[in-house]
Structures are given as C-alpha cells and as structure tokens.
Design a binder for this molecule. Sequence first.
Ligand SMILES: [Zn+2]
Length: 175
Amino acid sequence: MLSLTVVAMRIVSEDRKDIEFRKRIVPAACVFMPEHIISIIADHADDGLDEDKETMGLLIGRFFRDDNGTYAIIDGIATAGLIADSSKVRFEKETMEDLFDQLVLKEDQCVVGWYHSHLDVGCFMSPTDISTQKGIFGDECGFALVIDPVRKELDVFDNDPDGPKHVDMVIIDND
Ligand SMILES: [Zn+2]
C-alpha cells in the first residue's frame, strides 16, 4: 500500500493547483458518476464476489469548486492485480506499475477517489479504510466509494478530518 500511497499523493498534489470554479448541477451532490462507470465498478464487485474476494480501484476524474466547496466529476477508473480475500484487499506490488501505466491523465484529470467492495457487511469506512483514505489524500479532498454486491448497497464518503462523512452521489447519463 505504501508505494500506491506515495504515487497517488504525488498525482493528487500535482494536479491540485487550480480548481476551476463551476456551479454544480445538483447542489447537494459532491460526486457525479457516469452510469457506465458505476456499471464497471458493480461488475468488478460481482466478479470479486464470485471468488469471495473484495475488489478495489482508483476513481479518476476532475475536481471543480463552487460556493458549496469542492466536488468531483468521475471520468473513469484504474485498477490492477489485487491481493484480496472476503474481508480485505490491497494492490499487488508486482502489478502496481500496471496500475500507474493506466494512469495516463488528461489535462485537469487526477485521482479524485477510490472504490472498494465489502462482502455482505454493508457500506461503511473501517479503520483500515480510513487510513487508506488518509494515505492517498492526506488532508486534501478525496472520495471513497464503498459497494456491497451482496446487499446491493452503495455509499460514498468524503475525507473530513473528523472522520469520513456520507456525501451524495448523482448518477449522470452517458454522453
Ligand atoms: Zn472497507
């Protein structure tokens, strides 16, 4: 997890210089997710469930800001070989480079969050999840999506210094 953290933090901090001001289309939402991306994340979680394994990946997109603060519009995901069982997941060291090879970021794109699955325990942020979140984003804005393919639940959390808080996500139509 350490190298992922170091590289991700570099990506996070390098791309944070200027966040464009743009009013969000749904005032209460912090994450805007295209329908086809949520399908990829759900399929990934289902595939993991077939093997009784958690899954995880990074959420790629863009940050914007308005009077209500910073929000993210997701463009895609990146994932790599995982070491996982039914209650924990991390990236394989050997395939870590594959992950970052996938991270050919376009202008303004950066790591805006990460996702992982929970198998039939519901969606929450465990102490390990919180330290992963802090490791990737530090004190910067970043979102954690948790999906439970057994209970068909999904939740998104922010990186609040006082602990992750639920934020609203809006599914947007594919372009
Ligand atoms: Zn978790």
